[in-house]
Structure formats: C-alpha cells, structure tokens
Design a protein around this ligand. Structure first.
Ligand SMILES: Cc1cc2nc3c(=O)[nH]c(=O)nc-3n(C[C@H](O)[C@H](O)[C@H](O)COP(=O)(O)OP(=O)(O)OC[C@H]3O[C@@H](n4cnc5c(N)ncnc54)[C@H](O)[C@@H]3O)c2cc1C
Ligand code: FES
Length: 265
C-alpha cells in the first residue's frame, strides 16, 4: 500500500451509466474521498455485486474526476464487466481506491505530451490530459484500434486516429501513425510519451522511444485480486532500471505505470 495512503473503501451509488458503444460503458458515481486523492494513472478496485459472483473485485482506471464524482470507462469482456455495464443507475458498488502509482506529470523536463493509447487503453487518458493541461503542457493523442468501433475520443482534444482497417483516420497502427507524424507533434519542444493499451502496441512504442531516446511511461494490465499488495495475483516480470537483470514486481503496488524501458516483451 502507498506510504501516504489515502486509500478508502466506499459504498457508492451509480449516478449515471451511458453506453458509449455496444460493449463500452461510461459509469459515474459520487465519491469525494477518492476524487480528492486521485491522480492520473490511479485505478479503483470494484466489487460489482453484493452477491457471491463475481467474488473478486475488478480493477478500472480512473477515467475522469469531476468535482466529487468519478467516471470509469468499462469494456465488457467477461462476467464482471458485463454485469457492471448493465448495472442500473441507483445501484450500489463497493469501490476501493485510489490505488497504484500515477503518471509523472509535473516535471519541467518536457513541454509536449504525446498520449498513445489503444482500445480500452484510452480509459485513463482523459484524467491525464486534464492534469497535463493544468500543468501547462501541450497535449496530442494518438489513438489506435483494429476498427472504428474500438476508438474512444470522448472528452479528448487534439486526437489523431489510426485504425488497422482504415475505417477511421490513418490506416495502420497507432505506432505507424506516431512515426509518420512525430516531427509535427514534437515541433521544437521537448517530448514525453504516456501510453496504455495492448502489449504489442506497448512493445512497438518502447522500441520507437528507445531508438529516439525519448522518455515514456506505460500503464500495464495484469489479472488482479486484492489491488493492495496482499494476494500476489498481479506479479509481472520487468527489467531492473540498470537494464541488466529482471525482477518480479506487484503491479498493484509498483504500477500500473512503469518506465517503458523496463518492458521485457
Ligand atoms: C490497473 C488496471 C486498470 C484497468 N482499467 C480498465 C479500464 O479502465 N476499463 C476496462 O474496461 N478494463 C480495465 N482493466 C481490465 C479489467 O480489469 C478486466 O477487463 C476485468 O477485470 C475483466 O473482468 P471480467 O469479470 O469481465 O472478466 P473475466 O470473466 O474475469 O475474464 C474474461 C476475459 O478477460 C481476461 N481478463 C481478466 N482480467 C483482465 C485484465 N486485468 N487484463 C486483461 N484481460 C483480463 C481474462 O483472462 C478472460 O480472458 C484494467 C485492468 C488493470 C489491471
Ligand atoms: S492484486 Fe493482490 S497483490 Fe496485487
């Protein structure tokens, strides 16, 4: 658990739930305790139903903080997320957070932030963009998906879209598009990249950043149980910062945000 622990476990009531696309919903609940303490990149661990199934909580990035309210963007991929996406306004959830570390935003070492996301990996980018703009940074998004229906741009500005089938924006991957437009994005400023998405995208991005010697933080996913360092369900192997050996880390504690140089895949 974080040393400055502001983590609370809260019974909250869903105040809004909108279907953004067939399998993606935006869910809002009021939770001043988490809203006050949240930083971009943090996640919450949600007990979706008071019943036995699903037994374990499920982790979701904080999509947005608006006053006392928290928004999450959930994609239905299995029993827990399907239930969450169909849970009506007025229902209760049990929400633990804010959990994990955060993107490093408030440093003078960069002027331009490139936010690279794929699929539901766009979920943490709204809160991140708001925080970067408040810190006086210029922000561009590069958002990739297999097809148009995988792209989420809600609440985001300066979006550059790539779809593998060409149904929206540039035809190709988010990293192909980044390569093509990098000089335009970078202009004459110093750049840092922030990313969240599928592992093949993160791998290609890490290689691009290594070649160009650019700093990059990536938010990773793993199966999680407790979210607070007890169950050891979220172990991930990463390179040490020296780049030579590897270590197993608990992603809910040392992550989900890591330096992309540490990625093994
Ligand atoms: C830090 C963190 C932040 C996340 N943020 C979001 C978010 O903002 N929005 C969102 O929609 N999802 C997010 N996820 C993924 C989400 O937690 C999983 O999709 C969810 O737990 C699946 O639960 P389920 O009961 O629907 O699926 P299950 O029925 O448990 O499993 C269905 C399928 O999904 C796979 N799966 C389960 N958990 C994960 C996981 N963590 N990552 C990848 N695949 C998984 C299973 O292997 C299985 O194939 C995040 C995960 C992490 C670790
Ligand atoms: S999810 Fe339990 S230790 Fe990380």
């Amino acid at each position: 658990m974080r040393a400055d622990s502001a983590i609370t476990d809260n019974t909250v009531i869903i105040t809004a739930s909108h279907c953004l696309q067939q399998d993606v919903s935006l869910i809002t609940f009021r939770c001043p305790e988490i809203a006050r303490a949240a930083r971009p990149g943090n996640f919450v661990n949600i007990k979706i139903s008071p019943h036995k199934e699903p037994l374990l909580r499920r982790p979701f990035s904080i999509h947005n903080v608006d006053g006392d309210s928290i928004e999450i963007m959930a994609k239905s991929v299995g029993c827990g997320t399907a239930l969450l996406c169909s849970t009506p306004v007025g229902a209760e959830l049990q929400v633990l957070g804010p959990l994990g570390n955060a993107f490093t935003v408030d440093t003078p070492q960069f002027e331009i932030a490139l936010l690279i996301s794929g699929g539901i990996g766009t979920a943490p980018m709204r809160f991140l963009e708001k925080t970067l703009l408040a810190a006086g940074k210029k922000v561009y998004h590069v958002i990739g998906g297999k097809t148009k229906k995988d792209i989420q741009t809600r609440g985001l500005t300066n979006c550059h879209i790539a779809t593998e089938d060409g149904s929206d924006g540039f035809r190709g991957t988010a990293i192909d598009l980044l390569q093509e437009r990098f000089d335009f994005f970078a202009g004459s400023g110093t750049v840092k990249l922030f990313s969240c998405g599928p592992n093949p995208m993160l791998k290609a991005l890490a290689a691009f950043c290594k070649k160009k010697k650019l700093p990059c933080e990536a938010s990773l996913e793993s199966i999680m149980g407790c979210g607070i360092g007890i169950c050891y369900g979220c172990t991930v192997e990463l390179k040490n910062t020296s780049g030579r050996e590897t270590s197993m880390i608990l992603l809910c504690q040392e992550g989900p945000v890591i330096d992309a140089e540490r990625l093994l895949f």
